[in-house]
Write a new protein. Structure first.
Length: 125
């Protein structure tokens, strides 16, 4: 059986859309951290943007290497994230992205959120 046939026959694209709604809903709660400026995504591909100031959306200076701090702490906690920098002006702008598999369960999304909370709780920007 081909991969594409398996994806289609098991409705994994439609399933990822539903799981993506759940993921984005759970990620919204991370906005309680003062350095989370936005969360956005489509399907199971999601991003968390980090800012120095939530009101003005002012980015951290690139010299602070905020994304790298998040990536390192998350990895120490058992979570692998994709990094992104420079999207504000080509230099500044920090974010991380999540791209869980199509077969992820809600319970596993909850575990990701728990790891993100654990990670973000250790940050002092």
């Amino acid at each position: 059986m081909s991969i594409l046939r398996f994806i289609k026959e098991n409705g994994l694209v439609e399933r990822s859309e539903k799981r993506g709604v759940y993921l984005l809903d759970r990620l919204e709660g991370l906005k309680s951290f003062p350095f989370v400026g936005d969360v956005r995504g489509r399907g199971l591909m999601a991003a968390i943007e980090f800012v120095r100031d939530q009101k003005t959306k002012e980015p951290f200076p690139r010299s602070q290497r905020f994304t790298e701090k998040v990536i390192d702490l998350a990895f120490e906690n058992g979570l692998v994230l994709y990094s992104g920098t420079g999207f504000v002006d080509g230099v500044n702008g920090d974010m991380v992205m999540l791209g869980p598999p199509f077969v992820i369960e809600e319970k596993q999304i909850d575990e990701i959120i728990d790891l993100l909370v654990k990670t973000f709780s250790k940050l002092n920007p």
